[in-house]
Design a protein around this ligand. Structure first.
Ligand SMILES: Nc1ncnc2c1ncn2[C@@H]1O[C@H](COP(=O)(O)OP(=O)(O)OP(=O)(O)O)[C@@H](O)[C@H]1O
Ligand SMILES: [Mg+2]
Length: 492
């Protein structure tokens, strides 16, 4: 139904500035993601170098992010300071990392109550400040012409022809309850900055590899490559193109620990300090990492997929379909390409598990004696077939030993189970063969398998077996013979 706007009354319902900004503050940025959002702007502005600096001063701490990008004129700067300066629907230049026209404001306000943006274009400097306290006072969306002075690290800025610096202070969240001279406050702050460094080394690794300089204080941030390209033992999988070539997906099976030095293995633990937390998809928009190690709801993280990392590349004009959020930390593939993505993931996952299984086979080949512990054995009684639980299976043996008073009763239960095994039913179904018979624990949570394996492993070690011997023995027990890949996870 068409509405004739000329004939109806209107009323103004502008957002209330202070409360709107408080809402911005609740979007859920961390300091790492907030700084990354500011750096996005610097990259979009063509910066070759970006400098992050700070003056630690307890509650008066200042953080600055400076770049030598194209800079802004006074009018452009005022426009940039407006929330929603560009519509998400506007088509962007190919290299632009922005989308909502919000990042500068939301990221900054998420960390501080006051921020200044100073920008230089052809040696002419402009600056404006958003001050939440002032906005609350005047109850209006008003910038103030203010710039904090006497900051050492911005001296270099005064020499730039073009460039921009964003200064954050009154960092109420970061420096809450801190004191300048308190060692623990200082240590916390420096630990936070270390986290920022690691995060940036990952999120912008492809830009850094291509020559972008990002400095934290005066130290250059080196890139962290999730795919460990160039490391011995890496197995890249073929690249698949989707969406008429606009999206590409490529899996990597990372090198097994035995191929890496201790230092290289630690490198693989990445900013999250865990191989398991780093498995999964890495979604890049242009070359900017949005999602770092996540199965996008398709699988869950399990230790035996630790070697599995998959790169998805997409351009900056599919945001809507990929549901990119303001913080640039979420991306969900459109339903129509779920299947091909799933197929690639399955291939890489299988190959990744195969690396561990192969190691398991080597252990078995090297050390296994002529021993095998099935759970069930076939017996003959009066010329008839029966099935019996193997009391020598280490899991049963251990349980029977520990059962003490209950041992007799448990023995009875075992006998009843043995005497009532539904062999005719099983045989019938096996012959009809409608649905194939699943392997032990197939389609179930495997945690219990790993748990039991781990317990037996510990026991064998305390009994004096060497790790390799213990592993060889475990892999010859049913049903662990199906789970070679778990041998990797066993710990003393
Ligand atoms: N460092 C910078 N150098 C030059 N221009 C900048 C810089 N930072 C911001 N701008 C300008 O300000 C605008 C608004 O930035 P803002 O981060 O708020 O939104 P965006 O980058 O367009 O989109 P998004 O909300 O996705 O980040 C940018 O589009 C850009 O034109
Ligand atoms: Mg931005």
């Amino acid at each position: 139904m068409e509405i004739d706007y000329t004939k109806i009354a209107t009323a103004s319902a502008e957002p209330e500035a202070g409360s709107m900004i408080e809402t911005f503050r609740a979007i859920g940025y961390s300091i790492e993601t907030a700084i990354a959002d500011i750096i996005d702007n610097s990259i979009s502005a063509g910066a070759k170098s970006i400098w992050i600096d700070y003056v630690w001063s307890g509650p008066d701490t200042i953080i600055g992010i400076m770049d030598d990008g194209c800079g802004m004129t006074n009018e452009e700067l005022i426009q940039a300071m407006r929330p929603g300066s560009i519509s998400p629907l506007t088509e962007r230049a190919e290299h632009d990392l922005g989308r909502f026209g919000l990042g500068l404001k939301t990221a900054s306000f998420s960390q501080c109550r006051k921020f200044c943006v100073a920008s230089r274009k052809n040696y002419i400097e402009s600056y404006w400040t958003w001050d939440l306290d002032f906005v609350n006072n005047v109850e209006a969306w008003k910038l103030i012409k203010y710039k904090p002075d006497g900051i050492d690290f911005t001296k270099h800025f005064d020499e730039l022809k073009n460039g921009t610096v964003v200064l954050w202070w009154d960092l109420d969240r970061l420096t809450k309850d801190t004191q300048v001279d308190k060692e623990s406050s200082k240590a916390d702050f420096f630990a936070t900055m270390e986290r920022v460094k690691k995060h940036l080394s990952m999120v912008f690794h492809r830009y850094i590899e291509e020559g972008l300089n990002i400095f934290l204080r005066d130290r250059k941030i080196t890139h962290w490559d999730p795919f460990m390209i160039g490391f011995e033992g890496l197995q890249p999988r073929p690249k698949t193109f989707l969406e008429e070539g606009k999206v590409s997906i490529k899996g990597f099976v990372l090198p097994h620990r035995s191929k890496l030095s201790a230092e290289e293995y630690n490198y693989g633990r990445g900013p999250k300090d865990s191989w398991t937390a780093h498995q999964g998809f890495y979604v890049y928009r242009n070359k900017r990492l949005l999602v770092a190690g996540d199965w996008l709801g398709l699988f869950k993280q399990e230790v035996h997929y630790d070697l599995c990392r998959i790169r998805i590349d997409m351009p900056n004009n599919m945001d809507d379909e990929w549901q990119i959020d303001i913080k640039k930390s979420v991306a969900r593939p459109p339903i129509r390409i779920r299947d091909p993505i799933l197929a690639v993931a399955k291939d890489v996952r299988t190959k990744a598990v195969e690396v561990y299984r192969h190691k398991g086979k080597v252990v078995r080949r090297k050390l296994a004696k002529n021993e095998y512990f099935p759970f069930w054995e076939e017996k003959t009684r009066h010329g008839k077939r029966f099935y019996r639980l193997n009391r020598e299976h280490p899991m049963l043996r251990e349980f029977l030993q520990k059962a003490n008073d209950h041992a007799k009763q448990f023995e009875k239960v075992l006998q009843f189970i043995e005497e009532t095994v539904p062999v005719p039913l099983i045989t019938l179904h096996e012959n009809e063969n409608e649905r194939p018979h699943g392997q032990p624990f197939e389609g179930k949570n495997h945690e219990v398998v790993l748990e039991v394996m781990q317990a037996i492993y510990k026991k064998l070690i305390t009994e004096g077996l060497q790790p390799e011997q213990a592993k060889a023995r475990i892999i010859n027990m049913e049903p662990f013979n199906f789970y070679l890949e778990y041998l990797e996870q066993l710990e003393i």
